[in-house]
Design a protein around this ligand. Structure first.
Ligand code: NAP
Length: 314
């Protein structure tokens, strides 16, 4: 029998219990133990930790850890909190989550292109006023990030008829998508897009990627969807650009501080749609199956799935 696997998470007890149940059901003979139920004498035997928002101090106690399997797709917080010589991190790459994100990008893009925030405001004022309709083919959507999530979103948007421009660190070639990289490509994308969608990881390079200068370069009346991480945009500069009507609307699913504090002015801003980090939630069942596959492969071959590049930060 293989050594047990530690489950390390800062989530509430019920959430941890739910994870342990679904992981145990899907991981065959593997024994998974909540870190809190391990005795210090057990720490040395643990070679693998499955984590969901883990406490870095708990992970550091597992001195013989060979790798860390995240149950989340975004591993920004862990990358920031763990030392560079920490064991390799494998993030969750789950087609179910990718589909959910692509669907969310399409949904909130349509929310903006079909003027839903405006009709909602009109309804509150009992105002019957149609506005002109612009079909999908006349909208330019700019995607910042063309990774697992960005590529799937680009595909769904093009299938729906939108013009799609995408930007990534390395140059990509995607069907029906105008791809770019580098600072010239970035400026061209933000200057020409009607809606800019953020699907880029939070790293040293992408912190504050969109601020006062970038908002000033966006098309007048353009909108923004942030499904990445809060600090990728300068929120004060965004609010300023919205209040001055330089930008039209922002759909924000992620924030500098989550949950968004009740006294945040973002809640009351009619040009902002606040979402509670729901664009692509992890599906426990499908995540557990993917994790089980990764672990079975490692047990059989000793090889890890692709790991997070700590130098790059994602
Ligand atoms: P991924 O596969 O690693 O893709 C990241 C993309 O961003 C890649 O195209 C990468 O370029 C590009 N990129 C990274 N740094 C860049 C830079 N400095 N300049 C230009 N492009 C850069 O990640 P993913 O799975 O698509 O996820 C992206 C992010 O979505 C996550 O990190 C997380 O923040 C967020 N997320 C949010 C939710 C939610 O519910 N809101 C859920 C899951 C994930 P290359 O292709 O050249 O590497």
């Amino acid at each position: 029998m293989a050594e047990p696997i530690a489950f390390v998470s800062r989530s509430a007890q019920t959430e941890r219990d739910n994870w342990l149940k679904v992981l145990s059901e899907n991981l065959g003979d593997e024994k998974i133990i909540d870190f809190n139920d391990l005795k210090p004498d057990d720490y040395g035997a643990i070679e693998l930790a499955i984590v969901a928002n883990p406490d870095p101090d708990q992970l550091k106690k597992l001195k013989n850890l060979k790798w860390i399997q995240s149950l989340w797709a975004g591993v920004e917080r862990m990358v920031k909190e763990l030392p560079e010589n920490a064991p390799p991190i494998v993030r969750l790459i789950d087609p179910a989550l990718t589909e959910a994100m692509a669907e969310a990008v399409l949904a909130w893009t349509l929310y903006l292109t079909r003027d839903m925030p405006r009709y909602h405001r009109q309804q509150q004022k009992r105002l019957w006023q149609p506005h002109s309709y612009k079909p999908a083919s006349q909208w330019k959507i700019g995607l910042l990030g063309l990774g697992q999530l960005g590529k799937a979103a680009a595909k769904l948007l093009t299938l729906t008829g939108f013009q799609v421009n995408g930007w990534s660190k390395s140059q990509k070639t995607l069907d029906n998508v105008t791809c770019s990289s580098g600072s010239t490509g970035f400026m061209r994308l933000i200057e020409t897009s009607d809606i800019v969608v953020l699907l880029i990881p939070l790293t040293n390079e992408t912190t504050g990627l969109l601020g006062k200068n970038e908002f000033a370069h966006m098309k007048k009346g353009a909108s923004l969807i942030n499904f990445s991480r809060g600090p990728v945009i300068d929120t004060d500069a965004l609010v300023d650009a919205l209040n001055k009507h330089e930008l039209d609307h922002a759909v924000l699913d992620v924030f500098d501080q989550e949950p968004l504090p009740p006294d945040s002015p973002l809640w009351q801003n009619e040009n902002i749609t606040v979402l509670p980090h729901i664009s692509a939630p992890t599906n426990k069942e499908s995540a557990a199956k993917i994790v089980a596959k990764n672990i079975a492969h490692w047990r059989k071959t000793g090889n890890l799935p692709p790991v997070v590049n700590r130098m790059r930060g994602y």
